[in-house]
Design a protein around this ligand. Structure first.
Ligand SMILES: Nc1nc2c(c(=O)[nH]1)N[C@@H](CN(C=O)c1ccc(C(=O)N[C@@H](CCC(=O)O)C(=O)O)cc1)CN2
Length: 279
């Protein structure tokens, strides 16, 4: 195998954030402060951490963050009212509803209530459709992060067999569409897939988005494959068994320090773009 690359998400995220600095300044010269509103429902500790990380990242770049924390017992209607108020608030350029919401809430309806112009997190059905048809402005942030890493490191995807493990609406499905739009041959695997290890063994590019710690094992991986681990399991453990996979891969994202930091930088990038589109 030629030289192996550990794909450094912190470095990619820094490059993205650095490229946004002058754009935020230019907006401020026009008296526009980009603003991201985040909504967190309930008290899931990991979600609290992620929302805090997003708020801090906004602050460091001069983006205003409006953090709304609703109680666990919030109803779907109450959440929709909050989203509608943010849709109507001219000072807000992006709205992020942290996933997952408590089980009694209709999350899909809540996501789809976010106006398309402010869907900087790429969670609406319309946003997904735009991504699938390759003209969306704001693809879902983790898939956007994966593509950013692929672009940054010039990893080849055209004509390659990409195996995506997971089919969630904000990760597996959109990243599959984005890889397809880059002319990869895409196989989407999920919990009912038979012979999963044999399918993964055929992959030139593996995207792990299954939500199970250390799910992908080294003996499933073809020599020289590119591995992008989008897992964010408790204890900062990815979906890939890094130690057994690193010896096989030509390029691999670690967890922490891989896809996660780039995800947040993509959210900032989309928020700045949304503000620019209104200026
Ligand atoms: N509405 C959304 N909800 C969720 C999304 C999303 O994109 N939109 N993604 C995930 C979690 N997530 C952001 O919300 C997220 C998870 C992890 C990281 C990250 O940078 N992790 C670090 C390690 C964490 C740490 O330092 O404490 C890393 O991998 O290096 C960013 C974003 C679920 N919900």
């Amino acid at each position: 195998m030629e030289k192996q690359i550990i794909l450094d998400g912190k470095h990619v995220a820094k490059e993205v954030k650095d490229s946004l600095k002058h754009r935020v300044e230019a907006l401020k010269e026009q008296d526009i402060t980009p603003c991201l509103a985040t909504i967190l429902v309930g008290n899931d500790p990991s979600s609290e951490t992620y929302v805090k990380m997003k708020g801090n990242a906004c602050g460091r770049l001069g983006i205003r963050s409006m953090q709304i924390h609703l109680p666990e017992e919030t109803t779907t209607d109450q959440l929709l009212d909050q989203i509608i108020a943010l849709n109507e608030d001219e000072s807000v350029h992006g709205i992020l509803l942290q996933h997952p919401v408590p089980r009694h809430i209709d999350e899909r309806l809540a996501f789809d209530t976010i106006s398309i112009e402010k869907d900087v997190d790429g969670v609406t059905t319309e946003g997904f459709g735009q991504t699938a048809f390759h003209f969306g402005r704001f693809p879902s942030c983790t898939p956007a992060a994966i593509m950013e890493i692929i672009n940054f490191y010039n990893l080849e995807v055209e004509g390659k067999h990409a195996v995506v493990i997971g089919r969630s609406p904000i990760l597996g499905k959109p990243v599959s569409m984005m890889l397809l739009n880059r002319n990869a041959t895409v196989t989407v695997c999920h919990s009912k897939t038979e012979n999963l290890p044999q399918i993964v063994q055929q992959a030139d590019v593996i995207v792990a988005a299954v939500g199970m710690p250390k799910f992908v094992k080294g003996d499933w991986v073809k020599e020289g494959a590119v591995i992008l681990d989008a897992g964010y399991n408790k204890g900062n453990i990815g979906d890939v068994d890094y130690d057994s996979c690193v010896t096989k891969a030509s390029a691999i994202t670690p967890v922490p320090g891989g896809v996660g930091p780039v995800t947040i930088s993509m959210l900032l990038k989309h928020t700045v773009l949304s503000a620019e589109m209104k200026s």
